[in-house]
Design a protein around this ligand. Structure first.
Ligand code: 5GP
Length: 204
């Protein structure tokens, strides 16, 4: 039987550019993992294709999928459901292939609870770093703007704690490189490599 694949979860705060980074990552052509196409009740945007960008379904169909236990995770985001169909993820991992999810933070925490050996990558906005400089007095923002940013940043830093890696999205290509580096390293983790050797020992 093939060794089970690795599940990689890319998440992060709203507006950080998860979709852009994910698309750029797959466009490099250097990826050998499989993208799990999400299901959503939102209407397709111009140029989006059913079965490529998302599986576009009705609210009733989505809720039926939830009821019958067919979602690995799901969340409501801006009045629409978004979720990961369980079957594709399980079947692909069982074939020994790695699976990549790009999902919002509530869904990522559900995956964390159900799949503890998945790899969780948090995409951080670059201004989370810049904020530090503003705080030490180099910025020119009004105090209320700074306070709002601090509040948002605190929330984002709290979320980051639940992840294995933080990748700053300062430039899309750099973020893509960092994610590829994480994946390469994770594949070398002893707990992932060891089953191959155990099989070898077993065959002796
Ligand atoms: P958009 O409508 O812009 O395509 O996506 C809105 C948000 O939903 C993004 O943050 C995206 O990462 C997230 N999202 C896309 N697919 C899924 C999914 O399967 N599950 C969850 N929880 N979030 C998703």
């Amino acid at each position: 039987m093939a060794k089970r694949g690795m599940l990689i979860v890319l998440s992060g705060p709203s507006g950080v550019g998860k979709g852009t980074v994910r698309k750029a990552l797959f466009e490099t052509g250097a990826t050998d993992f499989s993208y799990s196409i999400s299901m959503t009740t939102r209407k397709p945007r111009e140029g989006e294709v059913n079965g490529v960008d998302y599986y576009f379904v009705s609210k009733e169909e989505f809720e039926e999928n939830i009821r019958t236990g067919q979602m690995l995770e799901y969340a409501k985001y801006v009045d629409n459901y978004y979720g990961t169909p369980l079957k594709y993820v399980n079947e692909t991992l069982d074939q020994g292939k790695d699976v990549f999810l790009e999902i919002e933070v509530n869904g990522a925490m559900q995956v964390r609870a159900n799949c503890p050996d998945a790899v969780f990558v948090f995409l951080t906005p670059p201004d989370l770093m810049e904020l530090k400089h503003r705080l030490i007095g180099r910025g020119t923002d009004a105090m209320d703007v700074i306070n709002k940013r601090i509040k948002k940043a605190v929330g984002e830093i709290q979320m980051m704690r639940n992840y294995d890696y933080a990748v700053v999205n300062d430039e899309v290509n750099k973020a893509v490189d960092r994610i590829q580096m994480i994946i390469r390293s994770e594949r070398l983790r002893v707990t992932r490599v060891m089953p191959d050797y155990e099989q070898m020992i077993g065959d002796e």
